[in-house]
Design a protein around this ligand. Structure first.
Ligand code: GLU
Length: 386
């Protein structure tokens, strides 16, 4: 008897996820970046990571780094001792350490012909729609221009109630924001164990997690170290966020040089496999759950382009109605009125009205700012099957 398809698991799911990943977010924990005794940056290790990233970029992958380390570096410069310090001390430390981090990334990227860009986010930037869209647009622009965005939380202004506090969840939000297909959490542990390995010698590492069950959550004992804020708990939280937006996640050891090359070579790690690829997940979310805020009618040429997997350009739109903002869902209709699909508009209705029927090259002149060429990008669109 053959097994139902849902029960057949590919033993190489991790390898497949890695090989298929086009947009990768890599999170580095403080413990990997800095010497716990002196706060000095581990430059040699960081250089090896940048070598990996540079190689990935040469094969057409896009990479976003989420780097911790600001507090860990800064507190030494300020002479703040011990492992437990107050929020304002952490904020002051971050203000100092972030400069050092940014400088190191700039230098190491430059040596490899890459351009590093610093993005400091707060919780509000990832939760409030307008901020979220702006941050996403900046990241997209940087990626399009082949830069290497380096993200951290803006610890200096983020107070307890309004902060992530750990870069595990922040990196998952960033991964979801840019529709990444893989999130790598480089850590001082090489994966999720059935029990905290420091407490239980019989603990075994899980190679693949394809569902976050209560058992999995229970396994996430706190494996955090003194300097990093995250532990296994925040990593499992991160996995939930990532999987929810169709992004695979891997927890792998960053204690070795060239840690990304090691993942490619099949090093020990734990893969959290997302239910489907990000585009499919986003598309099912799009076609199902959203309350569309408006409608666009497209001409026959645009309709054929959409059916061939192209984005929707303003030139092919003949009518627009509703009250939508940038990022809202809209219905796409053919000129006989039937619904072709749904998508997220890159423009608010006032702007969309001005650019429909026009060439994308005219957008800047009409609107006075440089917007996207597409009214709806193909990754932000779900067409109904015909
Ligand atoms: N944002 C903090 C820093 O740069 C780190 C948070 C974490 O360790 O996850 O120091």
């Amino acid at each position: 008897m053959t097994k139902p398809a849902s029960l057949i698991r590919d033993p190489d799911e991790g390898a497949t996820a890695w090989n298929n990943a086009r947009r990768i977010v890599v999170k580095i924990g403080s413990a990997l970046l800095t010497d716990a005794q002196t706060g000095a940056l581990k430059t040699q290790w960081l250089a090896s990571l940048l070598d990996d990233i540079s190689r990935l970029k040469k094969t057409g992958r896009e990479v976003v780094l989420v780097s911790s380390g600001a507090v860990a570096i800064g507190r030494f410069a300020l002479g703040i001792k011990g492992n437990k310090f107050k929020l304002e001390q952490a904020q002051a430390s971050a203000a100092v350490g972030q400069i050092g981090l940014a400088h190191a990334y700039q230098q190491l990227a430059q040596e490899r012909g890459l351009v590093a860009a610093q993005i400091l986010l707060t919780l509000a930037n990832t939760e409030e729609r307008r901020h979220y869209l702006n941050a996403r647009q900046t990241l997209e622009t940087l990626l399009r221009l082949n830069a290497l965005p380096v993200v951290n939380e803006n610890d200096t202004v983020a107070t307890n109630e309004i902060r992530y506090g750990d870069n595990d969840r922040l990196s998952a939000r960033v991964a979801s924001m840019v529709s990444a297909d893989c999130l790598v959490l480089l850590s001082d542990v090489d994966g999720l164990y059935t029990a905290p390995p420091s407490e239980n010698p019989n603990a075994t590492r899980l190679a693949i997690v394809s569902e976050i069950t209560p058992e999995i959550e229970a396994m996430a004992g706190d494996a955090g170290s003194a300097l990093s804020k995250g532990g296994m708990k925040t990593k499992v939280e991160a996995a939930k966020i990532a999987r929810g937006s169709g992004c695979h996640m891997v927890i792998a050891s960053g204690k070795i040089e060239n840690p990304l090359a090691a993942i490619a070579d099949g090093a020990a790690c734990t893969w959290f496999i997302a239910p489907s690829d990000p585009i499919t997940a986003k598309k099912s979310w799009l076609s199902g759950q959203l309350e569309p805020k408006g409608e666009l009618v497209v001409d026959d040429g645009a309709r054929r382009a959409l059916e061939n997997g192209k984005s929707l350009l303003p030139a092919g739109v003949t009518e627009v109605s509703g009250t939508f903002d940038r990022g809202d869902a809209v219905i796409i209709r053919a000129n006989d009125g039937h619904e072709l699909g749904r998508g997220l508009s890159a423009y608010a209705i006032e702007d969309a009205k001005q650019i429909i029927g026009k060439k994308s090259s005219e957008i800047t002149q009409i609107l006075g700012y440089e917007g996207r060429d597409e009214l709806i990008h193909r990754n932000d669109m779900a067409l109904h099957r015909t």
